[in-house]
Design a protein around this ligand. Structure first.
Ligand code: AMP
Length: 419
């Protein structure tokens, strides 16, 4: 696998796809520079070899139009601060001016292109959405690349001698800067450190997990996680289900769920997943008790009840104390853990105990040598909120990309380089 580690950038210009899609406040200041800092090892490797870096990213969803508030000029001060050196802002992504700026870039210098999504060619919209796709392409579920997009990719590639992809969060998108540009740099396309770390973490868990391997799936809906759950059933020893998606399973099994979250059209599917787990010898563990609330509010009246004894007018917003004990024991008896999705409505203080307890059990067993991978928006938000991110083995930076990888899908941004 070609990574920045085994490439010498001396005298080379590298075009680097980073993820600088960072939050900004109303004065356009970066409020969380984690994603910028995550790209530093790769940028610094290029510079210390004696190369120069041309950084490209998207910011927000300008949908192919120039939208001032999404200009990457806003992130320049934060990138300069993190890097400790000046950054030349290109003001565009392609064109004569950008080409001459890139040509004049000296070893050790850094240049940042304007938001790639100011061009509809970055995402391939509206073509990939089907507006001008042919009937065959629509049927096949994919559109070929439009001429103007090919041109855009070619113009981007003119700027550099080699290509590095270090934007894991967009690796599941078949965009110009993630999936198409690599073809212009045969033998000179590679992963940055961040993608390298993500792939290492996911491959370790999916392909060589030390057993017992426990996956913990939570969050609101089963429907979002069906493919992930199905693929995991071939790999795990224990599959813990928690959070809102619990109730679809409980109702399918004949329990009473009152006003708890439920996907009525997924009841059969829930039963099927239970059967599949049984057939594969996977222990599927559902909560046994819950915290019932009389409204979706931190100040709601609450009581503890068995998981299958919900009540009309009440909804289950967290797992109960018996479940916390049950799950902690399973987690602490595991050697590999994969966690996606909270156990309850952790955003509300009175319903965060289940999620905190699961996070803490994961950190305890990690301290004893187990490997733990946490990924997917809300579980990452949870470990950060509770200050536990440093105590798990790896926190994935790309929720959607990670889930698709675990579903067993080929990520276009990964395939473009790995082949
Ligand atoms: P997801 O994006 O599918 O991982 O879902 C995360 C969301 O699920 C969070 O905002 C949680 O508040 C919510 N959630 C977790 N448990 C429950 C529950 N028992 N009832 C309603 N929402 C829940």
């Amino acid at each position: 696998m070609l990574t920045v580690d085994n490439f010498n950038f001396s005298g080379k210009k590298a075009i680097v796809r980073v993820d600088f899609n960072v939050p900004l406040n109303s004065s356009f200041e970066v409020t969380d520079d984690n994603r910028i800092r995550a790209a530093l090892p790769t940028i610094n490797k290029i510079l210390s070899d004696g190369g120069s870096a041309i950084l490209m990213s998207h910011l927000g969803r300008p949908d192919g139009k120039v939208v001032e508030k999404y200009s990457l000029k806003h992130v320049v001060p934060a990138v300069e601060k993190a890097l400790g050196k000046p950054v030349k802002f290109a003001g565009d992504c392609v064109g004569d001016k950008v080409e001459s700026m890139a040509a004049g870039l000296k070893a050790g210098e850094v240049m940042l292109l304007e938001n790639l999504r100011f061009y509809e060619e970055e995402e391939g919209k509206p073509y990939h959405l089907g507006k001008d796709a042919t009937e065959e392409e629509k049927k096949a579920g994919k559109a070929s690349v439009k001429e103007s997009q090919k041109e855009f990719v070619k113009n981007l590639s003119k700027l550099a001698d080699c290509y590095v992809n270090d934007a894991f969060g967009t690796a599941h998108r078949a965009h110009a800067s993630t999936a198409l540009i690599a073809a212009h740099f045969p033998g000179n396309s590679m992963f940055g450190y961040l993608i390298g770390k993500e792939l290492h973490a996911m491959d370790k868990v999916l392909h060589s997990p030390e057993k017992p391997f426990t996956a913990i799936m939570g969050g609101a809906k089963v429907s979002d996680k069906i493919l992930v759950i199905e693929n995991l059933l071939d790999k795990v020893d224990n599959l813990i289900i928690g959070g809102g998606m619990t109730y679809t399973f409980i109702k399918a099994k004949g329990g009473i769920i009152g006003n708890s979250l439920c996907e009525e059209d997924k009841l059969d599917l829930a039963l099927e997943l239970i059967k599949k787990a049984e057939a594969k010898g996977v222990k599927l563990i559902l909560p046994i008790d819950q915290i019932l609330a009389d409204k979706f509010d931190n100040e709601a009246n609450t009581k503890i009840a068995d998981i299958d004894k919900g009540e009309a007018g009440m909804m289950g917003l967290d797992i109960g104390p018996k479940t916390i004990k049950l799950l902690s024991d399973v987690i602490e008896g595991s050697k590999t853990l994969l966690w996606n999705g909270p156990m309850g409505v952790f955003e509300m203080k009175n319903f965060q105990k289940g999620t905190v307890s699961v996070a803490e059990a994961i950190t305890r067993v990690t301290a004893k040598g187990a490997y733990s991978l946490v990924g997917g928006g809300d579980s990452v938000a949870a470990v950060n909120k509770f200050g536990l991110a440093e105590k798990v083995s790896y926190v994935s930076t790309g929720g959607g990309a990670m889930l698709e990888y675990i579903e067993g899908k080929e990520l276009p941004g990964i395939k473009a380089i790995r082949g």
